[in-house]
Design a protein around this ligand. Structure first.
Ligand code: 5GP
Length: 144
């Protein structure tokens, strides 16, 4: 059901897109929005989402909207690399609750990895410090 269902306008990312919920924004254009994950698995954990689409997951999105989404993913991955100089970067995306998806508006995770640092829990860690998120956002935005 969570893999094949109807789009729920009340999901948290739809609220962020409507401006009903705040986010630490990194980048926005006509098709996409990028912001920091508030329960980050590592420093600089970024999310990229499509705008103007009702796509729960990768199966739902039109090709025409997928291309700009992936363009923004690459752009943000490069900016995270330049700004934070991690040792690796995971780019990932979950489809359906059994696969690990918890928010049902399509999104791509950009998760920097640092040698010797354990990855935080997926969607289960603590909330980030807002001052720290804003400082990370300033660095990433400067590298865009
Ligand atoms: P999923 O589990 O669906 O692949 O990923 C959802 C992501 O959204 C998780 O990494 C979780 O930490 C993040 N998240 C959940 N609620 C919020 C929120 O209100 N704001 C932000 N910025 N991220 C959120």
């Amino acid at each position: 059901m969570s893999l094949n269902g109807t789009y729920d306008d009340d999901n948290i990312f739809a609220k962020i897109l409507r401006g009903d919920m705040p986010c630490v924004k990194l980048y926005e254009d006509e098709h996409t929005l990028a912001f920091l994950d508030v329960f980050p698995q590592s420093k600089g954990h970024t999310l990229v989402i499509p705008k103007n689409v009702q796509a729960r997951n990768l199966l739902d999105i039109d090709e025409s909207a997928l291309a700009p989404l992936m363009h923004t993913v690459q752009r943000l991955t490069r900016a995270v690399n330049t700004a934070l100089m991690p040792d690796g970067i995971v780019v990932t995306q979950f489809n359906g609750a059994p696969a690990g998806q918890t928010v049902f508006h399509l999104h791509v995770h950009i998760i920097p990895r640092y040698e010797g640092e354990t990855l935080g829990a997926h969607a289960g860690g603590g909330m980030a410090d807002m001052d720290e998120l804003n400082a990370l956002a300033a660095k990433i935005k400067a590298a865009l």
